[in-house]
Write a protein that binds this ligand. Structure first.
Ligand code: WTA
Length: 678
C-alpha cells in the first residue's frame, strides 16, 4: 500500500534560514499538547492586530465552536493597514499579468504597493457603502483573475460585508442558485476576462442569473475589456460586443470608487462571517461553507509563514483561482497578511503555449510556487523542453494541493521544476478547514513523495475505523479531525442541521473511543510505519476532477434535468491527467428509445447533447467524459444505486464483487454486455 518509501531529508541551508526552526516547532507541538486553549490564545495575541483584545480563547459547544469570540478586529487591517507604518508600505503587494500577449510578451502588467492596494480597497469599500452595502450584507463576486477581484474581497471585508465568490467557470444557473442561497444584495463582476485566448462572457451570465434573483439590488462591473490593449482583441477568438448596462442596477466599478478615501476598517466581532464559499457534497445542492474572521485570519497567516516559509524578499505565486478556497486563503488573505509580494496571472497555463508559466517564473523571479497535481501532470506530459527553456533558478520552495500527488509527478516536479533543491510542501486541506492542516514543514520534516506527512502543530488528526478507533499502521481508515481548530468552518449557511449531519454525525460521540464528536473529512487515509499520513482520496460520493470537487449527485441531477433522461448514475474513474474523470450511466425514457430512427448516430448525438447540458447547468469543468446508455441501473433491494459495481464496470474490472444484494442481477449482465456500447 505504500507507493514509495523514498525519503528526502530537509536541507541544512534551507533549515538555517527558515521562518520556523526545529526548536520552535517542538515547543509548539508541546504547548498544543499540554494546554490547547492557551496555545491558540498565545498565537492569536501575538500574530493578529486586535481592535479590542479577546479574553475567551474558545467556546466549544459541539459541534459549534467560537474562537477568541469577545475580541474585535478586521482582516483587511491585517492584510493592509498593518503594513503601512514601515517600509512594507512601499513594497509591491501585488503583481498582476493579463493573459493576452504579443510575441510571447504579456500585453498587460500592473503592480500595486501595499499603500496603493490600501488606497484602492478604501476607495471601493466606501463606494460599496454608498451603494447601500452594510455590515452583514452578502456580496457575490463572479470575476476573472484580475486585481479588482482581490480588491473587492478586501473591500467587502473592510466594511463587514460577507463575500461569496463564485468561480467564473460556473454557469449562470449555478451562479443564480448561489446568489439566491446567500441572498446576496450586490454582485461584482467584469465585462469579460481572458482565458485561453477567448473572452469569458461573465456579464452576460450575471444578467441571466440576476434576472431571477430578486435579492440583488446592484451589479458592479469592472471594465476589463475597455482597458485591454487592442492586440488582445486581435488575438482573441471572440467577437467584441458592447457591454449592456441596466440603468439603475448596474454601475461601473471605476465610477463607484471614492478617490482619496481612507475609510477605516470596521471593528468586527472575531466570529463575524468573512465569507461563504459553496462546495460540493454527497447530497443535494452545494452547501455554503461559512468562515469566520479571527480564527481564519490567524491560521492563514501562520500557515503562510510555517508551510510556505514566506519571507520579506520572496515573490510568491499560488496558481489557484480566487473562486476556490485555495485562492481565498493562499492568493489573498494569508500571503497579504504576511506582507508578501503576491504574483497573480489571469489566464490558462497553456496559453499561448506550455511555456507560459515558466516564462512568468523567470520574468518575475518567483521564489515560491504553489499549484495542483493535475497541472503538474499536464506539464509533465508536454515534455521537459518547456520548463527547460526558462531560467527557474529563483524558485526555492514548491507546493502541491487539491488531490493526492502521485509519486511520479512529485519526482518530476522536484527534479525538473525544483532542480532537486526545492522542498515540496504537499498540503492536505479542504474548503471546510480554511487552511492547510497537514503538510511537511520545509527545513524540518523529511519529504515523502505522495504523502502529506504530518498534521501541523495544534491540529489533531487521526485515521480511524467505523467505530472511531485508530486503525493499525498500514491499514486504511477514515481521516478525522479530533479537536476543533480556529479556521474550521462555522456552519453551513442557513442550515446548521446540514452542518451537523454532514461533518459531525459519522463520529458523533460520546461512544466507545469517541469522547467528543470528530469532524469527518470525507477522505480515506493510512499511516505508514513512521506514522506519516497518506491521503488516498474521497470515500464519499464526491469526486475530485482536476482538483475540482464535484458531487456525483449534482451531475446526476443535471443529467436527469434533460428531457430524454429517465435515470442516471455517475462515478469517478482514474484519469492520468485529471486524477479522476466523470463516467455517467444513463437510462433513457422509453419514448426516446422508441422514437423512429433511433440508432447509434442519434445516440452519439444525444451523448454530446447531454455532456453540454451538464456544462450549461453546472459549468464546463463538470462535463462528463464518458456517457454510457444502459437499460437499467443496478440497485440494492432498498433502491440504492450500487456505485461500486458501476465503478467496476466503468473501469473494466472483471471481478464485480458481491452481487447478492442486487435487486435485478440481470441488470449487471446487460451492463457487462453493453460495455462496448458507448
Ligand atoms: C483533496 C482544496 C490529498 C481531499 C484545498 C480533500 C488532497 C479535498 C490534498 C478538498 C492533498 C486536497 N493530498 N488530497 N494534498 N489536498 N485534497 O475543498 O480529497 O476543494 O478532501 O479544498 O481535496 O477539496 P477542496
Amino acid at each position: 500500500m505504500i507507493f514509495n518509501t523514498r525519503v528526502v531529508e530537509p536541507s541544512k541551508p534551507f533549515a538555517d534560514k527558515a521562518n520556523l526552526k526545529r526548536a520552535e516547532h517542538t515547543a509548539l507541538l508541546k504547548s498544543a499538547e499540554t494546554s490547547y486553549e492557551d496555545h491558540w490564545a498565545g498565537l492569536a495575541k501575538n500574530n493578529l492586530v486586535w481592535k479590542k483584545p479577546f479574553t475567551v480563547p474558545m467556546k466549544w459547544n459541539p459541534p459549534f465552536v467560537e474562537w477568541f469570540c469577545d475580541g474585535e478586529l478586521n482582516i483587511s487591517e491585517q492584510c493592509l493597514d498593518k503594513h503601512l507604518n514601515g517600509s512594507t508600505a512601499q513594497k509591491t503587494a501585488l503583481i498582476w499579468e493579463g493573459e493576452p500577449c504579443d510575441d510571447l510578451q504579456p500585453c498587460e502588467r500592473k503592480t500595486f504597493t501595499y499603500a496603493e492596494l490600501h488606497a484602492e480597497v478604501c476607495a471601493f469599500a466606501e463606494g460599496l457603502q454608498r451603494l447601500g452595502i452594510k455590515k452583514g450584507d452578502r456580496v457575490a463576486l463572479y470575476m476573472p483573475m484580475i486585481p479588482e477581484a482581490v480588491i473587492s474581497m478586501l473591500a467587502c471585508a473592510r466594511i463587514g460585508a460577507t463575500h461569496t465568490v463564485v468561480f467564473g467557470g460556473f454557469s449562470a444557473e449555478s451562479l443564480r442558485d448561489r446568489i439566491i442561497d446567500a441572498q446576496a444584495k450586490c454582485v461584482i463582476t467584469a465585462n469579460g476576462g481572458f482565458r485561453r485566448g477567448k473572452i469569458l462572457p461573465l456579464k452576460v451570465a450575471v444578467d441571466k442569473a440576476v434576472s431571477e434573483c430578486p435579492c440583488v439590488e446592484s451589479v458592479v462591473v469592472v471594465d476589463r475589456l475597455g482597458e485591454t490593449a487592442e492586440s488582445a482583441y486581435r488575438n482573441s477568438k471572440s467577437a467584441f460586443t458592447a457591454t449592456q448596462m441596466h440603468s439603475g442596477r448596474d454601475h461601473w466599478y471605476s465610477k463607484c470608487k471614492i478617490a482619496g478615501s481612507t475609510l477605516a476598517a470596521a471593528a468586527l466581532p472575531a466570529e463575524h462571517p468573512l465569507f461563504i464559499l459553496y462546495t460540493s457534497g454527497t447530497t443535494g445542492k452545494p452547501k455554503g461553507v461559512v468562515h469566520g474572521t479571527a480564527g481564519y485570519a490567524l491560521w492563514t497567516n501562520l500557515t503562510c509563514r510555517w508551510v510556505f516559509d514566506i519571507q520579506p524578499d520572496d515573490v510568491y505565486w499560488c496558481t489557484a483561482d480566487i473562486g476556490w478556497v485555495t485562492g481565498h486563503s493562499y492568493v489573498v488573505y494569508g500571503p497579504l497578511s504576511t506582507g508578501a509580494t503576491v504574483y497573480m496571472y489571469e489566464g490558462a497555463p497553456d496559453f499561448p503555449d506550455f511555456g507560459r508559466f515558466w516564462r512568468c517564473i523567470e520574468r518575475e523571479k518567483i521564489s515560491i510556487f504553489y499549484t495542483a497535481p493535475t497541472a503538474i501532470r499536464a506539464f509533465m506530459r508536454q515534455g521537459n523542453q518547456w520548463p527547460q527553456s526558462s531560467n527557474l533558478s529563483s524558485l526555492r520552495l514548491l507546493g502541491s494541493v487539491g488531490e493526492p500527488i502521485n509519486p511520479e509527478a512529485w519526482e518530476w516536479y522536484h527534479a525538473t521544476i525544483g532542480s532537486g533543491k526545492c522542498p515540496i510542501v504537499d498540503t492536505w486541506w479542504q474548503t471546510e478547514t480554511g487552511g492547510v492542516m497537514m503538510s511537511p514543514l520545509p527545513g524540518i520534516t523529511p519529504l515523502k513523495p505522495g504523502s502529506a506527512t504530518r498534521p501541523l502543530p495544534g491540529i489533531a488528526v487521526e485515521v480511524v475505523d467505523d467505530n472511531g478507533i485508530p486503525v493499525p499502521r498500514g491499514s486504511r481508515g477514515k481521516l478525522v479531525i479530533t479537536k476543533p481548530w480556529p479556521s474550521q468552518l462555522r456552519t453551513v449557511h442557513g442550515d446548521p442541521e446540514r452542518y451537523k449531519n454532514t461533518y459531525w454525525s459519522t463520529f458523533a460521540g460520546p461512544a466507545g473511543a469517541v469522547k467528543e464528536p470528530y469532524y469527518f473529512t470525507g477522505d480515506g487515509a493510512f499511516k505508514d510505519a513512521d506514522n506519516d499520513i497518506w491521503v488516498i482520496g474521497r470515500v464519499d460520493d464526491v469526486i475530485n476532477v482536476a482538483g475540482h470537487r464535484i458531487g456525483t449527485m449534482e451531475v446526476e441531477s443535471a443529467l436527469v434535468d434533460h428531457s430524454s433522461v429517465a435515470e442516471s448514475a455517475v462515478v469517478g474513474v482514474p484519469d492520468s491527467i485529471k486524477g479522476t474523470s466523470i463516467y455517467a450511466f444513463v437510462t433513457l425514457k422509453n419514448e426516446v428509445k422508441q422514437m423512429a430512427g433511433w440508432n447509434d448516430v442519434k445516440k452519439q448525438e444525444l451523448a454530446r447533447e447531454l455532456i453540454s447540458h451538464v456544462g450549461g447547468i453546472i459549468g464546463s469543468f463538470a462535463k462528463p467524459d464518458h456517457i454510457r446508455f444502459t437499460d437499467s441501473l443496478p440497485k440494492t433491494r432498498s433502491g440504492k444505486i450500487m456505485r461500486r459495481l458501476l465503478k467496476d464496470v466503468a473501469t473494466g474490472h472483471e471481478s464485480l464483487g458481491d452481487t447478492t444484494t442486487l435487486e435485478d442481477v440481470s441488470v449487471l449482465a446487460s451492463l457487462r454486455q453493453s460495455s462496448d456500447d458507448e
